[in-house]
Ligand binder design. Structure first.
Ligand code: ADP
Length: 797
């Protein structure tokens, strides 16, 4: 038994607290006094386990009484209650020695219970916690729900509290309507049991005010009254009460009704919570949908739009409500051509859904009838119908994510256009180069051809000045020819048209060729070539043989050209890991560090002009490009006034099973021996070219040249004369050389003859196409006399 003394000058609060204490878990004996003086008297007479003091008493303050109480019994737990208690005065109260404090506005069974349990010594508070009574009505799940009991009669409150006190509910009490409304405003209950006849504010008025307040109108009210007339009941219900219990009441009835309405209130609360959650989710979803830059459309099996987000509205120019219910065909028409649009439609109609999970592009229509390029990705989802019913199965719908790709399509168009323009410009450049090359080669054929013939002419050799002049003409012409060839090469590389055929290259035979070719140039420049042929024995690399030869010749001739009189050029070959390094070391002037990159740029000849070396300035550029096309690198290391080392690094290769045929070195030309005279027919409209070949072939006594300036005449000659070989210009007036060759290939007599094209068209594609058409070989003008004669010899058996 816990003995508690309540000190309060207001009777209603003394009653309220004492009722709450009686229905609490505690086994209590309550004494009430209205003043500090009475309290001291009681404390003098009896022993108490706890004192509850009002903060403001009529004759004194609660704190004064507290000091007096503590002076008598220092360990006595004191709970101070006040209508004023706020956090700031609460601190002062606690500092003064109060063990706990509570606001009168928040006074409830639960709070009082908890507070007393905290301040009472354990042995006291635990005494009656197991005094829970058995009851048939199950309050499980309703624990902690707040019930407000409003009645001015303490006895009634006492009874109600006894009935409901052990159900785990959070019970609070008010002695009239006004106090009840105040309590409700601070802590709204889940259920109110409301007496009708009360002082200050009766139950009807309390209920009326409650139901007129938006915040509280849903709190269920049960009237509990001695007024049993039907009119009273009707009035109660008309004011919004959910039930009416007449006094005297039976506990079971109260329990049953409170239980029912609390359960309903709980369900309602949970439902409202769910509705709020759903509403929140819906708001979040609509924010998400509205913020998406891509259009989202939900389409049903009837091809009708169920939903469209703002981005979809924007893409198609319709409002969401306009779109809803319309067929997808209004937006993405079925073009029936098997194209993506159709594919999309197939997906909607078929079970296999070929486009599910994929995205594809197609054309849509907007409200103005304009076509819009779209990118769509489709997925299938299982949706529950809005009015969910366990009988109705989920529905299969499609979700399409739509993106307007107009901008992308536009920029793709622009890129394609720019590409087309670039390709046109490129082919115009190629065309121009081909033309330029052809136009320059024709006069060069005469310049180079006749100068070569003059140099071969023994009569001239006595006249040194003449030889010197002809040499100059030949060298300048050769320079021009090299320049044209290199420009064409560079253009081919730049346009990606160069063909590289990689093979396993045996380095030793390649080096032999390089040495044979470079030796005369080295001698001319009084430079010594040093090369140890043993170094390259058994070494192979991956390269295009003729292109690698071109690179090495460029490096070696540079090393000779940019060297000192009596200098040396050393060639070394090394295998370094998986690489083969071919180096060309000279004793020339060297190259400053800052120039070592720029010499690989076209036409960058540094100070070559000063050295008197006449050359193009493109060689290294081409070499670098070719090396990189062969998966290799080219570089230079140099010391000014000491010399430079240019090197090429390529992937090494294993020795091939079948050794590659050793390339033939350039052969010295020697005229054929034998009695037979061979007739060569040359079809050529340019008299200079004809003259050149006439004079060249005069070096071959066993040949006899006949000629024709037009294709038709040439064909006639071939038919009537015994011809052994035909040389054919391609660009002829009237019928061209290719056409003429084709006719000759159809004539029995000439079908098997060697027909050699002799043309200034030096473009690779022209050469290849002529060979495909049926020419036996192709000689590019200007001709190299020695090579030309060698070729003629080869075909005249
Ligand atoms: P070209 O030799 O036809 O002028 P290249 O592209 O082969 O053109 O070389 C570019 C420039 O690099 C040359 O003009 C020359 O100034 C410099 N160069 C090339 N090789 C050497 C070298 N071995 N020593 C010094 N300078 C060189």
């Amino acid at each position: 038994m816990i003995r508690i003394l309540i000190i309060d000058d207001q009777k209603e609060f003394r009653t309220l607290i004492s009722v709450l204490l009686k229905i609490s878990d505690l086994d209590v004996h309550v004494s009430e006094v209205k003043s500090g003086e009475d309290a001291l008297a009681s404390l003098g007479r009896e022993t108490f386990d706890c004192v509850i003091i009002d903060y403001m008493l009529a004759d004194s303050t609660g704190l004064n009484v507290l000091h007096q109480v503590k002076s008598i019994q220092p360990d006595l737990p004191v709970l101070m209650i006040s209508s004023y208690i706020q956090s700031d005065i609460e601190r002062g109260i606690l500092a003064a020695g109060v063990d706990a404090s509570l606001s009168k506005d928040e006074l409830s069974l639960d709070k009082l219970n908890r507070t007393l349990n905290q301040i009472l010594p354990k042995k006291v508070s635990g005494v009656l916690s197991d005094s829970i009574k058995e009851n048939t009505i199950n309050f499980q799940g309703l624990e902690g729900m707040k019930v407000l009991l409003v009645d001015d009669t303490p006895k009634n409150l006492d009874l109600l509290c006894q009935t409901l006190g052990d159900k785990g509910l959070d019970i609070s009490i008010a002695l009239n309507g006004k106090v009840a409304l105040k309590l409700i405003s601070t802590s709204p209950p889940d259920l109110i049991l409301l007496d009708v006849m009360m002082p200050v504010m009766d139950g009807y008025e309390t209920c009326h005010q409650l139901k007129n307040n938006d915040l509280w109108k849903n709190i269920p009210v049960i009237f509990i009254s001695a007024l049993t007339e039907e009119a009273n009941l009707l009035k109660g219900f008309s004011l919004g009460a959910v039930d009416y219990i007449t006094k005297p009441f039976r506990s079971e009835e109260v329990l049953a009704r409170v239980n029912t309405h609390l359960r309903a209130a709980k369900l309602l609360k949970e439902k409202n919570l769910l509705i709020n959650q759903v509403a929140n989710k819906e708001v979040q979803l609509s924010i998400l949908m509205a913020s998406m830059l891509d259009g989202v459309m939900v389409i049903d099996r009837n091809r009708e739009i169920r939903f469209a987000n703002p981005a979809a509205e924007k893409i198609f120019g319709y409002s969401s409500s306009e779109m809803s219910g319309k067929s997808i065909d209004c937006f993405i028409p079925d073009n029936g051509d098997g194209e993506p649009g159709n594919y999309f439609n197939e997906t909607l109609n078929s079970k296999n859904s070929p486009a599910i999970g994929k995205s594809f592009t197609l054309e849509g229509n907007n409200k103005n009838g304009e076509k819009i390029p779209l990118e769509i990705s489709l997925n299938r989802v299982n949706f529950y119908p809005e009015e969910y019913n366990s009988e109705i199965k989920f529905e299969k719908l499609f979700v399409g994510v739509v993106r307007d790709i107009s901008q992308r399509v536009e920029s793709e168009k622009q890129i394609a256009k720019a590409l087309e323009t670039a390709e046109k410009a490129n082919s115009a450049k190629t065309e121009f180069l081909a033309k330029m090359s052809h136009e320059l080669r024709t006069p060069l054929n005469s310049i180079l051809g006749f100068s070569q013939l003059s140099l071969l002419n023994k009569d001239n050799s006595e006249n040194n000045l003449n030889i010197d002049n002809i040499n100059r003409i030949y060298k300048s012409g050769k320079y021009l020819l090299d320049l044209i060839d290199e420009i064409l090469d560079l253009a081919r590389i730049e346009s990606g048209k160069i063909r590289i055929s990689m093979e396993t290259v045996e380095i030793s035979s390649l080096m032999d060729e390089i040495i044979v070719f470079s030796q005369p140039i080295a001698s001319e420049h009084h430079v010594h070539l040093i090369y140890d042929s043993l170094e390259s024995l058994g070494l192979y690399c991956q390269a295009d043989r003729s292109r690698l030869k071109q690179i090495l010749l460029n490096l070696v001739t540079n090393a000779i050209k940019y060297n000192i009189e009596g200098g040396t050029v050393t060639l070394t070959i090394k295998k370094e890991g998986e690489k083969i390094k071919l180096s060309v070391l000279d004793t020339g002037p060297g190259i400053l560090d800052e120039h070592q990159e720029s010499i690989f740029q076209p036409f960058n000849r540094l100070h070559a002009d000063k050295t008197g070396v006449v050359d193009t300035g493109i060689g290294l550029t081409i070499s670098k490009e070719l090396a990189s096309l062969m998966n290799g690198t080219i570089g230079v290391e140099s010391v000014v006034d000491k010399g430079s080392t240019f090197f090429v690094e390529l992937d090494s290769a294993d020795e091939p099973n079948v050794p590659s045929p050793i390339q033939q070195v350039d052969k010295k030309l020697s005229p054929r021996k034998g009695e037979k005279k061979y007739t060569i027919l040359y079809i050529e409209d340019n008299p200079n070219n004809l003259k050149l070949i006439e004079q060249t072939l005069s070096l071959r006594k066993h040949t006899n040249l006949i000629s024709a300036p037009q294709a038709e005449m040439g064909i006639d000659l071939a038919k009537t004369r015994d011809v052994d070989l035909i040389l054919m210009d391609i660009n002829l007036p009237g019928m061209d050389g290719v056409e003429a060759m084709k006719i000759l290939r159809r004539i029995e007599k000439t079908r098997a003859l060697p027909i050699l094209a002799l043309s200034a068209n030096a473009m690779e594609r022209d050469i290849q196409s002529a060979l495909r058409e049926g020419f036996t070989d192709y000689i590019v003008k200007p001709i190299n006399i020695a090579e030309f004669l060698e070729k003629i010899d080869k075909f005249l058996i």
